[in-house]
Design a protein around this ligand. Structure first.
Ligand SMILES: [Zn+2]
Length: 243
């Protein structure tokens, strides 16, 4: 049969895990938001390039249309020039031709600029093509991984919470009361502390040698003189010591 001490150790392990799982479940919403923000930062650097390229493309076709229109006007102006009746009409047609030609040249220059942007951004997208292609699937994978862990943690929490009662049942009422008092009082949720390298792992106080001997050789309940937590030494360590 298990000693009270080992039952308490088991209970503490269960409670610590419950505490950890509860915190994970409670912070899931924030952690999910963090994950999304992290992904957005990553995705936005690619989206920025994609947007820049598509803006340049639509500006380019806008300019091309405008050049088409200018060329149609230019034909009209050239006709007006040949059919001019007087100096005034002739000059007006010349001015229009001049201004249309300037506009066409200006738009052609801007088209070259937009083409440079398109080439540049396409180059970046080609370089990062794998990243671009995997953007959505990576995100889905990341997200479903997160939800999968969360679901399994919720399941484990439910299971441990129902098991906890049976672990608790086997412990003497007096000890159970001490355990409960300690665990509700401590900020880290520890009522039972392992002895590590001769010190209480909860408050780091070095223990007297005599205490360590008692902990190694018996299953009695001893508490830390500093923080009052119930102490135990890992069984493997215990057997090593007695071997
Ligand atoms: Zn202590």
């Amino acid at each position: 049969m298990k000693s009270d001490l080992s039952k308490l150790v088991e209970l503490q392990k269960t409670d610590s895990r419950i505490r950890e799982l509860k915190e994970n479940v409670e912070t899931a919403k924030d952690r999910r938001a963090e994950l999304e923000a992290e992904f957005e930062t990553h995705a936005s650097s690619i989206r920025e390039v994609q947007n820049k390229k598509s803006n340049a493309e639509s500006r380019k076709s806008e300019l091309e249309n405008s050049i088409e229109e200018s060329k149609a006007s230019l034909e009209r102006a050239n006709r007006n020039l040949t059919t001019a009746q007087d100096q005034k009409q002739y000059e007006a047609a010349m001015r229009e031709i001049d201004s249309l030609n300037k506009q066409i040249t200006k738009h052609e220059t801007e088209i070259l600029e937009q083409m440079e942007i398109i080439d540049e951004t396409q180059g970046v997208l080609d370089e990062r093509s794998e990243e671009v292609a995997n953007l959505d699937s990576d995100w889905e994978e990341k997200q479903s991984g997160f939800e999968k862990i969360l679901r399994s943690e919720k399941r484990e929490l439910k299971k441990l919470e129902s098991e906890r009662a049976s672990v608790f049942e086997g412990i003497a009422p007096q000890l159970a009361a001490i355990y409960n008092r300690l665990i509700t009082r401590s900020r880290d949720g520890l009522a039972v502390a392992e002895v590590v390298e001769g010190a209480c792992s909860a408050c780091f106080m070095s223990l007297r040698k005599q205490m360590i001997v008692l902990l190694r050789t018996t299953d009695e309940i001893y508490t830390c003189e500093s923080c009052a937590r119930i102490l135990y030494i890992d069984t493997e360590e215990k057997s090593e010591a007695s071997a």
